[in-house]
Design a protein around this ligand. Structure first.
Ligand code: HEM
Ligand SMILES: *[C@@H]1O[C@H](CO)[C@@H](O)[C@H](O)[C@H]1NC(C)=O
Length: 490
């Protein structure tokens, strides 16, 4: 009986596949890369770039069972995401997405629709209008507190990725909820970590390939569900607290701002209704999108600087020159960052070489389109390989070398596309760029990062686990420099 059912299922699947191919027959589709096991590559973005050398910048291949189109150059990515953004702004509907957002009110994973557009606009204004004024002083203050904590460690080895992710999580907690005490931030941080760990786990990711496995006992899935219950409890508690103390027409943080936005629009007619559930999921996205990404980029920056002490020295000279060594309170406002060109170039170079979300999130075409002369049918899953664009030999000289000076040379173009582009561009880019600048400026001015016992960190990322380009765990000694840095007490 079971055998018969399986046979029937495979026949149906084969028929669907053949029918699909027959239907697309007259189209000029991108070349197809053979093979089924691409997803198992330990360096998937690099592997996909390698295939581009053979098949050109646009090709089709099977990732798990799904056929996807991969874009491997800046030109093709910008063509799709900016020029033809209306066609390419969708997201695939996958079971693992639905698992973490059962009501489908998520922003990052939500498919494109007029309601989604209103959702993104609300979250974006919450960041860019709602908390614009407090963003820089806040990042500044939390970074100074971070430096004081590091100073107390007096150059002992620290697990820097963890310290940075606590810092970036407290930035988001402050902007979103207006809280920064460790007793509140720590559980949020641990919950975010647990959510990312469990969602990335193969026992959950395999459900996208073989959906009916969800009906079988699955400890990984249970763990994800537990983490989600914690997540929802934390967010609901904060939403309740905010609603109870909300003053009409005023907002203290992004949650207030978004709640106002949701209530205000009920008067107007439009593209469906944004609900409190949308605020809930936007908050989740801010934490998921904004914690590990920025923290990992900061860790990559230190890892590269440990390997390149000459750049570190020049950065510290630049900081000393612009800030003056004597005054511990002096700072360079973010809008005057052009005064620190080497720091700016270093950040661009780190984001180029290690774009933490190297394959962005998968897109899906909402209607038939074309790229690079190839037809792209409606409903195609499209992966922008941002890392490939950053390592393109026809654009970058010695693309694998860490060379911030490439951005200082006359005629140097803009950086890569580490935040994606177009309708789906990273929501947190302005915040992330501010954090990278402020944190590195303060840390490098106050400390000299040194490898513990001369052990340099690995520059190879961890084996590919989906979504983030993770740094291999490493420790660093933050040796206080002899002049008092920011936050030092005299
Ligand atoms: C260095 C830090 C960061 C990098 C490199 C980065 C990169 C990216 C990339 C590549 C995407 C996908 C774009 C696409 O699908 O085409 C993305 C999406 C997103 N990011 Fe970031 N990100 C960073 C920090 C942040 C921060 C700080 C936040 C929140 C405060 C954030 C929130 C989001 C959200 C909500 C999305 C989904 C946008 C959408 O679907 O329209 N990210 N990010
Ligand atoms: C920072 O560097 C990037 C990449 O070279 C450049 O496009 C940008 O204009 C620079 N920003 C400032 C403020 O100098």
């Amino acid at each position: 009986m079971l055998l018969l059912a399986l046979l029937l299922l495979s026949l149906l699947a084969a028929a669907r596949l053949l029918w699909g191919q027959w239907r697309l027959r007259p189209l000029h589709l991108p070349p197809r890369v053979p093979g089924l096991l691409h997803l198992r590559q330990p360096d998937l973005p690099g592997h996909l770039l390698g295939l581009a050398r053979q098949f050109g910048p646009v090709y089709r291949l099977r990732l798990s069972l799904q056929e996807v189109v991969v874009l491997n150059s800046k030109r093709t990515i910008e063509d799709a995401m900016i020029k033809k953004w209306v066609d390419f702004a969708g997201r695939p509907r996958m079971l693992s997405y639905k698992l973490v957002s059962p009501a489908e009110q998520d922003l990052s994973l939500g498919d494109y629709s007029p309601l989604w557009k209103a959702h993104k606009k609300l979250a974006r204004s919450a960041l860019l209008l709602g908390v614009r004024g407090s963003m820089e002083p806040l990042v500044e203050q939390l970074t100074q507190e971070f430096c004081e904590r590091m100073r107390a460690r007096a150059g002992a080895p620290v697990d820097i990725q963890r310290e940075f992710s606590l810092l970036t999580c407290s930035v988001i907690s402050c902007l979103t909820f207006g809280v920064k005490d460790a007793a509140t931030v720590r559980p949020i941080h641990d919950c975010v970590q647990e959510l990312m760990r469990t969602w990335d786990h193969w026992s959950v990711q395999i459900l996208d390939v073989i959906p009916f496995l969800r009906f079988f006992p699955n400890p990984g899935l249970q763990r994800l569900r537990r983490a989600m219950r914690t997540r929802d409890r934390i967010v609901e508690q904060q939403l309740r607290r905010h609603k109870e103390s909300l003053v009409p027409g005023q907002w203290r943080d992004m949650t207030d701002y978004m709640l106002h936005g949701v209530w205000k629009q009920s008067a107007e007619e439009g593209a469906g209704q944004l609900l409190e559930g949308h605020v809930h999921m936007a908050v989740v996205d801010l934490f998921i999108g904004g914690t590990e990404t920025t923290a990992t980029t900061l860790s990559w920056a230190l890892a590269f600087l440990l390997h390149h002490p000459e750049i570190l020295r020049r950065l510290q000279e630049e900081l000393d020159r612009e800030l003056g060594p004597a005054d511990p309170g002096s700072r360079v406002p973010y809008k005057e960052r052009a005064r620190l060109p080497l720091l700016n170039a270093t950040i661009s170079e780190v984001l180029r070489l290690r774009p933490v979300v190297p394959l962005a999130l998968p897109h899906r075409t909402r209607r038939p389109s074309s790229i690079f002369g190839y037809h792209i049918p409606e409903g195609t899953v499209v992966i922008p390989n941002l890392q490939a664009a950053h390592l393109d030999e026809t654009v970058w000289e010695e693309p694998h070398e860490f060379r911030p000076d490439r951005f200082l040379e006359p005629g140097a173009g803009p950086g890569g596309l580490p935040f994606g582009c177009g309708a789906r561009v990273c929501l947190g880019e302005p915040l992330a760029r501010l954090e990278l600048f402020v944190v590195l400026a303060h840390v490098l001015r106050a400390f000299t990062p040194l490898p513990p016992a001369g052990a340099l960190p690995a520059l190879q990322p961890q084996p590919w686990g989906g979504i983030n380009l993770k740094v291999q765990p490493f420790q660093v000694r933050l040796q206080p420099r002899d002049h008092p840095g920011p936050g030092a007490r005299q």
